[in-house]
Each structure stands twice: as structure tokens, then as C-alpha cells.
Design a protein around this ligand. Structure first.
Ligand code: MG
Length: 298
């Protein structure tokens, strides 16, 4: 059944070039296959501590990565996708996850505190207190006035320090794109039993332009282009994860699989063969990274 949460504008993909469409798909595919390597490592007991997988919502990393260059990023605890999409080294991330000295934090931070500074990346690590990366990002933007991306989840939106951060950014007209990764769950509790308000309405009450839409990458690009010119601004994006909150388990097939939906859309755009080549390229890259055959869960 097609979820109401999945609704997106019709025909947006046709407004972008084939090159952009394939770039989006390539970035999404790289994340999905990289994390297939993590899942395999977990299943083989090579990785035995909590990991926060990004598979499912990859479009929400791929689209902003095409829009924001030279950006300081304050990510949440689930950030493999963002790191890879902004040009982070998959080998370095693999090594971090495996506890190696050659990892992004010398193997001492792991999955949920992903950070890296160098090679054009300026990504601050999450320290575990949910949503606190948002006021930190606001403070950084106040100090240095750099383009900033703050990412948080729909559960984090309920932390008492988060809404005032949006208001402070609005007061000081800071160059921040706030992104809420909205999977309608705080771990396992649906939004409707947690609150009767939306983060979009909160942002708009402070005067921030805000958009609420599902994770269609073309729609995200279109919406993001509009919001970036009016910062600070909020993008609330409805997503569906492939795996549990923590780890590689699942509760059955996800409500939707955005990667598959994008494959279908690329076929409709006449880009089926190019998309297949693009996906194989991403698969081969990550098979070399993990030194194993990688297959996606279908
Ligand atoms: Mg959530």
C-alpha cells in the first residue's frame, strides 16, 4: 500500500538533466552498497558493536550533497550516508568502523560519532546527546557565518533545546539549512503518540521558510534550491529506513524502498541502461572496499 507519507510532486525528475539524475543515483547506490558491506560484516561477527545504518533514506544525503559546497556539517548519530555523499573516503569509514588507526577518528569513535576534517570535508562529530548538534551548529554559524547544515531526527525535534535553536538562527539570519530526517518514529514510538505539533509549524512560527516532503531526490533538489536562497530554513523529509534503529535487523520489508523507486523513475526517464551501469560501478567500488561480494537485500 502506498503510504500518505510517500507523497511527492509529480514530474519533478524530468526537470533535471540526465547527468544530475545519474549523479543522485550513484551517490545513493554507493551508500546502499557500502552498508551492505557493514551488514555482511555484522553477520560474520566481524563487527559487533552498535551501528546506525543509513540505508533507505540515502536520497536525503545525496540531494543536499549536490546543493551545498564548502559547508560545515553538524550531523546526527546516523551519518554514514552524508559522509560518503560529500566525498568521504569509504576506506577511511570502513577502517573507523573496524576500529583501525586509519579510520576517520583513528578507530575510536565508531559509527555514531562520525567526523572528518580535510579534503574539502568539514564534518563535526555527534557526541551522543540527541539533537544537541543543532545548537552547536547554530553557535558555529553565529561565530563564523559559514554555510551550515544541521541534521536531526523527528525524535530529536522534541528536545527542549532544539526549537529555540531554530528561533535563534532566525533572529540572527544565519546561513543554515536545518534538515529533519522524519521516519515517523522515535526509536519505535510513532509521532502521533508523542506530540500534536510539527517541526515545520514550529519553524514557520519563527519565520523560517519550511518544506515538508518525502525523500524523492529530485523533489529534494528542487525544494533545497528554493530554501537555500532563503536561509535559515527547514527541510522536513519523510523517510523509510531499511534496518532497525540500531544494527542490521529489520521488521520485514520496509514501507517503501527509495532506491528501487528511483530505479523505476530512471527507467521511465529512458535512463535504464545508464542507471544499471551506474549501480554496477557503485557495487564494484564497494566490493573492493570490503573485499567481498555484495548483494542488496531485495
Ligand atoms: Mg525518527
Amino acid at each position: 500500500m502506498r503510504s500518505e507519507r510517500l507523497n511527492v510532486p509529480v514530474g519533478v525528475s524530468g526537470q533535471f538533466s540526465a547527468e544530475i539524475s545519474l549523479q543522485l543515483f550513484h551517490r545513493m547506490s554507493r551508500v546502499r552498497y557500502f552498508e551492505a558491506g557493514i551488514v555482511d560484516a555484522i553477520n560474520k561477527k566481524e563487527l559487533s558493536y552498535p551501528v546506525y545504518l543509513s540505508s533507505g533514506p540515502e536520497a536525503l544525503a545525496a540531494a543536499p550533497s549536490l546543493l551545498l559546497e564548502d559547508c560545515q556539517i553538524f550531523a546526527q548519530h546516523r551519518a554514514h550516508d552524508l559522509y560518503l555523499c560529500i566525498g568521504g573516503s569509504p576506506e577511511r569509514l570502513r577502517d573507523e568502523l573496524l576500529g583501525r588507526e586509519s579510520g576517520t577518528s583513528q578507530g575510536r569513535a565508531g559509527s555514531n560519532c562520525l567526523q572528518y576534517h580535510g579534503n574539502g570535508i568539514n564534518m563535526y562529530g555527534h557526541h551522543g546527546l540527541i539533537g544537541e548538534n543543532v545548537p552547536q551548529g547554530v553557535g558555529a554559524a553565529l561565530g563564523n557565518k559559514k554555510q551550515t547544515l544541521c541534521v536531526f531526527g523527528d525524535g530529536s525535534a522534541e528536545e527542549d533545546y532544539l526549537p529555540p535553536s531554530l528561533g535563534f538562527a532566525a533572529t540572527h539570519k544565519l546561513p543554515i539549512l536545518f534538515v529533519c530526517v522524519d521516519n515517523d518514529l522515535s526509536i519505535l514510538t510513532p509521532t502521533e503518540v508523542r506530540r500534536n505539533w510539527s517541526i515545520r509549524a514550529v519553524a514557520e512560527s519563527f519565520g523560517l521558510p519550511a518544506v515538508d516532503l518525502a525523500d524523492d531526490p529530485w523533489a529534494l533538489l528542487q525544494a533545497g534550491q528554493g530554501l537555500i536562497g532563503q536561509q535559515p530554513a527547514l527541510l522536513n523529509c519523510r523517510v523509510c529506513r531499511s534496518y532497525w534503529h540500531v544494527g542490521a535487523g529489520d521488521d520485514g520489508a520496509p514501507e517503501w524502498d527509495r532506491l528501487q523507486l528511483v530505479r523505476n523513475e530512471l527507467k521511465a526517464l529512458g535512463l535504464e541502461s545508464q542507471a544499471a551501469e551506474t549501480e554496477i560501478m557503485a557495487q564494484h567500488e564497494m566490493e573492493i572496499v570490503w573485499d567481498r561480494k555484495l548483494l542488496l537485500k531485495r
